[in-house]
Ligand binder design. Structure first.
Ligand SMILES: Nc1ncnc2c1ncn2[C@@H]1O[C@H](COP(=O)(O)OP(=O)(O)O)[C@@H](O)[C@H]1O
Ligand SMILES: [Mg+2]
Length: 235
């Protein structure tokens, strides 16, 4: 469904991605692991068009998406939850969710259904629906960011370190949300530092080093033989 082929990205003169190639199949959860600074976030930003690749192709459902505006990507079914979450701190939880819903072609009835579905899955967001986003805890804000992405009814969600800085209980909840999305057939490209969670939640794994993918394997293979993880990630 999503394929990156030999993607090179520069920030000014710094050459950051040196030919990243990876694929995500329909409904597949794919983990992208790697030490700090290897280019994981840059890979997601390049997919989202925040930075334009200097070389290579990015194809989604058979069409080249390099150069498309963010709202076009959203319309095609690609959602992104960045590391810094970017929820609207002064808007209420409900208003934050509505920013994902207020787009052409979504009937009021459908909007209500989608809000109800999200509130059923995230009781804490239902409880806090009238509270300003900025008053939520870090974990709750992460949930809100993911829930808002779900409002776009995406085919794939790019998640950038969703569990970073969260308490174990919240990490477990994020894990459940990933399962839920997986069960709903939504594909996920999951960037994480939490190796055990990524190995458990993913179907397949790519490991990056210095701007390239160095290794790929099924998550099951990496779970049963830890030497590869140890070699590349030192854990
Ligand atoms: N806006 C930017 N301008 C210049 N260099 C950047 C920028 N963002 C990230 N970098 C550099 O690009 C490299 C990869 O960063 P990043 O993709 O954020 O890595 P990761 O997500 O794997 O930790 C790092 O060396 C980082 O310092
Ligand atoms: Mg990053």
């Amino acid at each position: 469904m999503l394929a990156l082929d030999d993607v090179h990205t520069h920030y000014g003169k710094s050459h950051i991605l040196h030919g990243v190639s990876l694929q995500v199949g329909r409904g597949e959860v794919v983990g992208l692991l790697g030490r700090n600074g290897v280019g994981k976030s840059t890979t997601l930003k390049t997919i989202m068009g925040l930075v334009r690749p200097s070389r290579g192709r990015i194809v989604f459902e058979g069409r080249e998406v390099v150069g498309l505006a963010a709202h076009r990507l959203a319309h095609l079914g690609i959602a992104w939850v960045p590391e810094d979450r970017r929820i609207f701190r002064l808007l209420t939880v409900m208003e934050n969710l509505r920013t994902g819903l207020d787009r052409p072609g979504v009937a009021e009835e459908r909007k209500r259904e989608m809000l109800e579905k999200v509130y059923a899955h995230f009781p804490v967001l239902a409880e806090r629906r009238s509270q300003a986003g900025g008053t939520l805890s870090g974990g709750e804000q992460q949930m809100l960011a993911i829930a808002r992405a779900m409002m776009l009814e995406p085919k794939i969600i790019l998640l950038d370190e969703p569990t970073e800085g969260l308490m174990p209980r919240m990490v477990a909840q994020i894990r459940e949300i990933i399962e839920l999305l997986h069960g709903d057939g939504v594909a996920i490209l999951l960037v994480e530092q939490n190796v055990p969670l990524t190995l458990e939640a993913s179907d397949r794994i790519y490991i990056m080093e210095k701007g390239v993918v160095r290794h790929q394997a099924s998550a099951a293979a990496l779970r049963s033989d830890h030497t590869v993880i140890h070699q590349y990630l030192g854990v």
